[in-house]
Structure formats: structure tokens, C-alpha cells
Design a protein around this ligand. Structure first.
Ligand SMILES: [Zn+2]
Length: 423
């Protein structure tokens, strides 16, 4: 059977996928559509896993290190449809743009990566190429966490399709969602003297949190670390009762400097800051800090409780994988791409932040359209990306197969090259 491996076919698939809504946890129909495309394109292996990620493999002609191309199947909600200039699930192609939810984040890139990988089936790259599209990226990268449990030992570099406007992206901050609980003593609201009202302790705790945020580290490439309260709730929720607890949800943007271990450090800091007030009130109130977990259900029925965190990572600009990527893109487009971090989080936190597998982003379209009601993919940048992916794969496999690239630590950044030769 003839495979129609062209840019135009890739865009036709992207158009189809925009028309299949797939918010996180409901990616089943989109996954099915991609699986049938994988089969039509006759990849060497095609499979799914228990959480519903989809996988395809191009077998390499040789033993060069394997490269993984990856985008995600899920999208964020479209919100108020009346606010969209073009309907979110029509996938209209107008004035050189594919419009709609997922056009750039991440169904357009997904289709381009899939077709670019399929174009390698006849020529055979030096090593394997995995095409892996994940579920649940938009709520903690749980799909990618599952992918890494299966493929981390087999993959030597990851190229994410998440939008970069044709630049090479080398990392982003991480994110931890935490809860600070102020625990006091409840009483009937008619007898507040019998209570220790945790609501009244908010100012001292928020001031302490503010002080802590001002002490957080900065970074030469990434924006500085930030910590900010986002939601405040009382428990139990009753209008005529002094509550027992105040719960503050906190968004912590972390640097890849091991701040994760400092959830305990934050608690210690807060406790020392509130010490004076506690002593005055006879220590009947206290604070505690913990990382928030959530129970997520995949479209396959799979369920697990996991923290809502994204790991941060950053590759040095001088990293061989980054330099190889710049060279590949320059050779195809004639323009040297900028090298920079993303402004938002991606699936890269797992492969690079947690497993140390060099991960870069190279994708079409503007990041600023993601998660907005103006989401669109410009087809000129999409074509350039499509043409660059095969060169990226070749160049990365070449550099990773080279001599002398043994585990080298990039000082202080927890990054290293690893598993360079397929065992
Ligand atoms: Zn995305």
C-alpha cells in the first residue's frame, strides 16, 4: 500500500485531530485516531500502554542511540466558545493558519512529528526512532511519567514538539503545588474567646511566606524561583463557626537546583517565623506544609494518586545535543535558531529533570497562542519544522554515537549525558 508521507497529509491529520476534543483524561478517540494513522503509515511497531499513551517505532539500520519524538494528545478546555474567532473544534484552515484548540498545543506538532518519523521508514536512520504521544500532559505529565518507566533505558535524547517558534528550547522551571495548613482551635462563632482562630493567623503566615519567597534563588538562564499563594479555604466550611484550619494552596516555581527537598525547609522557616506569636498565644496553633497529590483517572480506566508537580530542567547551551540541534536546523532552514528556555512547563520534566535524558524542544507556532481562544498554527513554520525533524534525528544520533560522550556532569545542574549506546 502506498504511504502518502507529505507535509500536506500531516496537516490533514492535524485538522482531523483538532476536530476530536480531547481534554485531559478523555483522549481515547484522539488516541485511536493516531493509532490508526500509525498503522496506515506502517511503522515497524505500534502499541499503547495501560494509561493510554500511543507508541510507534522506526527500526534503525544500525545500533546508534535511539531518539524519541514526543507531543501530547490532551488539550485544555476551550472555555466560552462564543469568545473564539474561529470555532475551537472545527480545525479551519484560513489565511495560512490551522485554527482551533490543540492546533499548536500540541496536535499540529504531533502530526508533524509522526509524519516526519514515517518519512524515515524507507531510508532507515542509524538508530531507532520512537514516536510517543502522551496523555495527561496538561495535569502533571502523568502520561510521560509512565512512558519513562518503559523507555528510559532505551532512549538517549528526546525532542518535544511543544511550540518553540522554530527556536531550540532547553528547559523550563519546575512547579510544585503545596498546601500550607494553619491549624487552630475551633469553637462556636458565638463564643470566639474559646477558640484560637486560624483565620486571624493568616497575616503572620502570609508575611512569613512573602519573606521566604524573597530569599529564593535566581538562575542565569531561567526566571528566578517564585512562590505565591493562590487559594485560601477554611475547614470545616461553616458560616457560624470558628474554623479549625485554614488551608493555603501555594504555587512554587522551582529551579532545577533540588529545591524539592526544601518543602521541609519551608515548614521549618514558617515555624520559626511564627514562633513569637505562638508563644504569646500558648502554642495552640501551628502550621504544616505538604505537597499536594491528586487521584487521576486515564481514559483507559487506569487510576493512580500522584503529586501535581512538574520537574524543572535546563540543558547548557554548550551541550552536544543542543549544539547538534542548532546545526541541524541551521543546515535545513539557513537560519540559526535562538536557544532559550520555554516560559511554561512541558513533559520534559520527566525525561530530563528526573531521568537525566537530554531533552530539547523544537516545534512550530507561537507559544503565546497556547491555552488561549486565539490558538492557531502557522503553516509556514509548520512546514519548516516538518522538514527539520529528520535532520535533527540524524544529527543527534550522529553526535550521540560519537566518541568521548561519556557521563559528563554539568556542574550544579543535575544534568548528564547517559545511556549513549544502546545496550
Ligand atoms: Zn502542550
Amino acid at each position: 500500500m502506498h504511504r502518502d508521507v507529505t507535509f500536506e497529509s500531516a496537516i490533514a491529520v492535524a485538522h482531523d485531530l483538532v476536530r476530536i476534543p480531547s481534554i485531559s483524561g478523555e483522549e481515547g478517540a484522539a488516541a485511536q485516531r493516531v493509532m490508526s494513522e500509525f498503522k496506515l503509515l506502517r511503522f515497524d511497531d505500534v502499541w499503547t500502554d495501560e494509561i493510554g499513551n500511543v507508541f510507534a517505532r522506526v527500526k534503525g539500520r544500525d545500533e546508534a542511540p535511539a531518539i524519541m519524538l514526543s507531543s501530547h494528545l490532551d488539550v485544555v478546555d476551550a472555555g466560552d466558545r462564543a469568545e473564539w474567532e474561529y470555532p475551537p473544534y472545527d480545525g479551519q484552515i484560513i489565511d495560512g493558519y490551522l485554527h482551533g484548540r490543540g492546533a499548536v498545543d500540541c496536535k499540529g506538532p504531533l502530526a508533524l512529528q509522526t509524519y516526519a518519523a514515517a518519512s524515515l521508514l524507507d531510508s532507515r536512520p542509524a538508530g531507532d526512532v520512537y514516536v510517543v504521544h502522551t496523555v495527561l500532559e496538561e495535569c502533571g505529565s502523568w502520561g510521560m511519567a509512565q512512558v519513562m518507566e518503559q523507555l528510559a533505558d532505551r532512549v538517549s535524547a528526546v525532542i518535544l514538539g511543544e511550540s518553540t517558534a522554530g527556536d531550540i528550547c532547553i528547559g523550563h522551571r519546575g512547579r510544585i503545588e503545596m498546601m500550607i495548613t494553619i491549624r487552630g482551635k475551633s469553637a462556636h462563632a458565638s463564643a470566639p474567646d474559646l477558640a484560637c482562630n486560624p483565620v486571624e493567623k493568616l497575616p503572620v503566615v502570609l508575611a512569613a511566606l512573602r519573606k521566604y519567597s524573597e530569599s529564593l534563588p535566581s538562575h542565569p538562564v531561567l526566571p528566578r524561583s517564585t512562590i505565591v499563594p493562590t487559594v485560601i479555604e477554611t475547614w470545616p466550611l461553616s458560616h457560624n463557626m470558628v474554623p479549625e484550619e485554614v488551608r493555603i494552596t501555594v504555587d512554587w516555581r522551582t529551579l532545577p537546583l533540588g529545591e524539592r527537598s526544601t518543602v521541609d525547609a519551608l515548614q521549618t522557616f514558617l515555624l520559626s517565623e511564627i514562633q513569637e506569636d505562638r508563644e504569646r498565644s500558648g502554642a495552640v496553633w501551628s502550621v504544616s506544609v505538604h505537597e499536594i497529590s491528586a487521584r487521576q483517572r486515564a481514559y483507559t480506566g487506569w487510576e493512580r494518586t500522584m503529586p501535581i508537580s512538574t520537574h524543572g530542567f535546563v540543558l547548557p547551551e554548550s551541550h552536544p545535543v543542543v549544539e547538534a540541534a542548532v546545526q541541524a536546523v541551521t543546515s535545513v532552514t539557513g537560519r540559526k535558531p535562538a536557544v532559550r528556555p520555554w516560559t511554561f512547563g512541558t513533559d520534559g520534566g520527566y525525561p530530563c529533570g528526573l531521568y537525566g535524558i537530554p531533552t530539547i524542544g523544537y516545534g512550530p507556532g507561537k507559544e503565546s497562542y497556547s491555552h488561549t481562544n486565539r490558538e492557531r498554527l502557522d503553516l509556514v513554520s509548520a512546514r519548516a519544522t516538518y522538514e527539520c525533524y529528520p535532520a535533527l534525528v540524524h544529527q543527534l544520533q550522529q553526535v550521540l554515537a560519537g566518541e568521548g560522550l561519556v557521563e559528563t556532569a554539568a556542574a550544579g545542574e543535575h544534568l548528564f549525558l547517559r545511556r549513549l549506546k544502546r545496550s
